[in-house]
Design a protein around this ligand. Structure first.
Ligand code: SIN
Ligand code: FE2
Length: 219
């Protein structure tokens, strides 16, 4: 992947993106990119969850993660005392993960293209559910075999504060507010940047939650 691919992400826009924020080389927030598809995405999430229910993975150290997760696609992201990895089957149901809805794959391909990454073909989608007390500590997405492909991350539901750091865990982080419909794409020189979720915005008396789809080429 060469830098000129990132020269002008706006030129390849195939959705009407009102605004693009650059987080770093090869990393962009496409504001409102998924806005018109939120209802379809939500019903696809509900269908995946009917087959592969929400669960709180344990970290390899044995801590229960505060974010509830599930997956769809050829492989799904798993964490337990054996470590982080991708697997073809849901350990909870012993069934293959539900297949990737077309709406997810198409949105991800268009978002990646808008950010300068052509022909993104995700084979895994991690689905996260955040209640108000959930956090995702700084981490790199590095369990994928295919680090040449970008990550595409779609926000739904409550807004959140996304942390965007650097290639070292100790690097300074920037706080980026993500609203429903925002899509973050990172790859190339930013593919292994540390990131996380500091907090979710909302009031404790409301039932609402935040969802995030993270689409990857894992294999
Ligand atoms: C992730 O890093 O896996 C998810 C980020 C997010 O929820 O926005
Ligand atoms: Fe991540």
């Amino acid at each position: 992947m060469t830098l000129d691919l990132f020269a002008s992400p706006r030129d390849t826009a195939c959705h009407d993106s009102p605004h693009i924020d650059e987080l770093g080389p090869g990393a962009f927030v496409l504001r409102g990119f998924a806005q018109s598809q939120l209802t379809v995405l939500q019903s696809n999430i509900d269908a995946v969850v009917a087959q592969a229910p929400w669960r709180h993975w344990l970290t390899p150290g044995g801590k229960r993660m505060s974010v509830a997760m599930t997956n769809c696609g050829d492989v799904g992201w798993i964490s337990d005392r054996q470590g982080y990895r991708y697997g073809t089957h849901d350990p909870l149901t012993a069934q293959p993960w539900p297949s990737m809805p077309d709406a997810f794959a198409t949105l991800a391909r268009h978002a990646a293209e808008t950010a300068g990454y052509r022909d993104f073909a995700p084979d895994a989608c991690l689905i996260n559910r955040y209640t108000l007390d959930a956090r995702l500590t700084l981490h790199q997405d590095r369990d994928e075999r295919e680090l040449g492909a970008p990550i595409v991350s779609v926000s739904l539901g409550l807004p959140a504060i996304f942390l965007w750091g650097g290639l070292q865990r100790s690097d300074r982080t920037r706080r980026v507010r993500l609203a429903p419909g925002d899509v973050v794409v990172w790859g190339g020189p930013s593919r292994l940047v540390y990131h996380g979720i500091a907090s979710v915005e909302g009031s404790f008396d409301a039932q609402a939650v935040r969802y995030n789809l993270t689409l990857r080429k894992a294999q």
